[in-house]
Design a protein around this ligand. Structure first.
Ligand code: F6R
Length: 242
């Protein structure tokens, strides 16, 4: 069963989603978190930072693994996900940077980098995985059609995904064509999943995720089979649900 929470106000949504992360970290100071980038988790990260500053929730013993990274971007590239995490979370909390893991986008051997990252993932258990959802139903960069049993792999980004993400780049041609992503098999091993979806652009994918068939035309539909999934939706993202 999916736990679905619908909010009129996005700030309350971020606070509630963040509360799940914060209470985990307070109960289990050495929690292992799976993290996402993009617009969806930004508000959640702001609440974590605010709480860290006000209530001193500590991330000193927390370990993190990010979902994905663009292939071809160096860690200090302004659009790399390493740079994003640094800017939007890691520099504002007391996390040890040696405990933060993101695939290396500037690798000269992507299959080897996938194996390295996957070994890290198989040697641990994610206590909680934060997810967004693509307007095409992807989770991580597992685009429609990706088999559910894949682990960390290289993916060719959908044209839809490149268009959606072009807002972060000067022009569409600058958006990388490939990425390294955790596979659905990695994501599904997380004990708890917290997914944030905001805005009408996500409404169709959200409907398919919750009420559609479980198949890889909407990768997020696999979450129907996860035992502890929490979906934080705003009214616009939830508008097609019956
Ligand atoms: C990000 C990721 C993607 C995004 C999704 C939604 O690390 O893996 O699945 O969560 O593309 O992106 P936004 O939140 O920018 O709409």
């Amino acid at each position: 069963m999916m736990n679905i929470y619908i909010f009129e106000d996005s700030q309350t949504l971020y606070e509630e989603a963040a509360r799940q992360v914060i209470s985990l970290v307070r109960q289990k100071p050495d929690a292992v978190l799976g993290l996402a980038t993009g617009i969806s988790p930004l508000g959640l990260y702001r609440v974590l930072i605010d709480d860290h500053q006000k209530n001193r929730t500590s991330y000193q013993h927390v370990t993190t693994y990010n979902l994905d990274e663009y292939l071809g971007l160096a860690p200090d590239h302004p659009q790399s996900y390493r740079h994003y995490m640094h800017e939007h979370l890691f520099t504002h909390i007391d996390i040890n940077s040696d405990h933060t893991h993101i695939p290396h986008g500037d690798t000269d051997n992507p299959p080897r980098e996938c194996r390295r990252y996957n070994e890290l993932l198989t040697g641990t258990t994610l206590d909680l995985q934060v997810l967004g959802i693509g307007s095409n139903g992807h989770i991580g960069f597992n685009e429609p059609g990706t088999p559910f049993d894949l682990e960390t792999h290289v993916i060719a980004l959908d044209e839809k995904t490149r268009q959606d993400n072009a807002v972060f780049f000067a022009q569409i041609d600058d958006v990388p064509t490939h990425a390294i992503t955790m596979g659905i098999a990695n994501i599904m091993r997380a004990r708890t999943i917290v997914l944030v979806a905001i805005g009408a652009k996500k409404a169709q994918a959200v409907k398919q995720m919750i009420q559609g068939a479980v198949d890889n035309s909407c990768p997020a539909s696999v979450l129907q089979t996860h035992r502890d999934v929490h979906l934080y939706l705003d009214i616009e993202a939830a508008k097609h649900l019956s």
